[in-house]
Design a protein around this ligand. Structure first.
Ligand code: URA
Length: 240
């Protein structure tokens, strides 16, 4: 059972104050009965009609997808390219939690829970994202340290990062690294390596908080398990 104004607010009908006004003016019916009292608790699955429109109550769902390259991570694409929604067969109106570039692969979460999504993407909560990266050229230790300490991008210094598992392909003159960052600015990883003269050739997000792509082939998706959802909430509140 939940307060009626809270249900209206969560359904995106109106702000809490607006919802209260609608209730007070007799615009809301629950199971056919007009409710004007504030603070009445109702079952969110009840038939709630607001200004003549039925409020749809959707169960909150949480998915993880291993996005392949060559797919846009928005729900629609104006150029008609394949989107992540083409890979997910989900009846609820879910949306991606954050974005990955067209040519970036890896983990991306989906939900219809706006609060959860905001919590996970807000920079204040410092959720770790781990990327597997291939960069052009042989990355020197000092260059890694420069990236780790923070790079000026568009006038703003990036937050401390961790680079590890550095492997060199001496023949092709490429370097493979893992980088862990806690932000999610547009093209962030690409810009960080670009800034030190090592353009990114391949980028995959391996981990988002505590969830990895392990066991998921590119293009495959699965529902998050209850303990994974809880863990993500906890991590986003305490950082990591
Ligand atoms: N950083 C990037 O540059 N691209 C992504 O898709 C994600 C992080």
């Amino acid at each position: 059972m939940e307060r009626l104004q809270k249900i209206l607010q969560r359904a995106g009908i109106a702000s809490r104050r607006k919802a209260e006004e609608m209730i007070a003016s007799g615009k809301v019916k629950v199971n056919g009965i007009e409710i004007r009292d504030m603070g009445v608790k109702v079952d969110p699955a009840a038939e709630i009609i607001c200004d003549g429109v039925r409020i749809s109550y959707e169960e909150k769902v949480y998915w993880v997808l291993n996005k392949p390259e060559g797919v846009v991570s928005t729900t629609k694409d104006e150029h008609g390219r394949k989107t992540v929604m083409d890979l997910l067969n989900v009846s609820e109106r879910i949306f991606p939690v954050g974005r990955l570039d067209y040519n970036t692969s890896g983990i991306i979460l989906f939900t219809n829970d706006g609060t959860f999504s905001n919590q996970l993407t807000h920079p204040r909560f410092k959720l770790e994202k781990e990327y597997h990266v291939k960069v052009a050229g042989l990355l020197r230790k000092e260059e890694s340290v420069t990236v780790e300490k923070g790079i000026l991008i568009d006038g703003v210094r990036t937050k401390p990062a961790i680079i590890n598992k550095v492997r060199y392909d001496d023949k092709k003159e490429n370097t493979y690294v893992n980088i862990v960052i806690t932000e999610g600015k547009y093209h962030q990883v690409k810009k960080m390596f670009e800034a030190i003269g090592h353009p990114v050739l391949m980028l995959k997000r391996y981990r988002f908080g505590s969830v990895t792509t392990d066991g998921l082939k590119p293009g495959d998706a699965r529902l998050l398990k209850p303990h994974e959802i809880k863990q993500l909430w906890n991590l986003s509140q305490h950082g990591k």
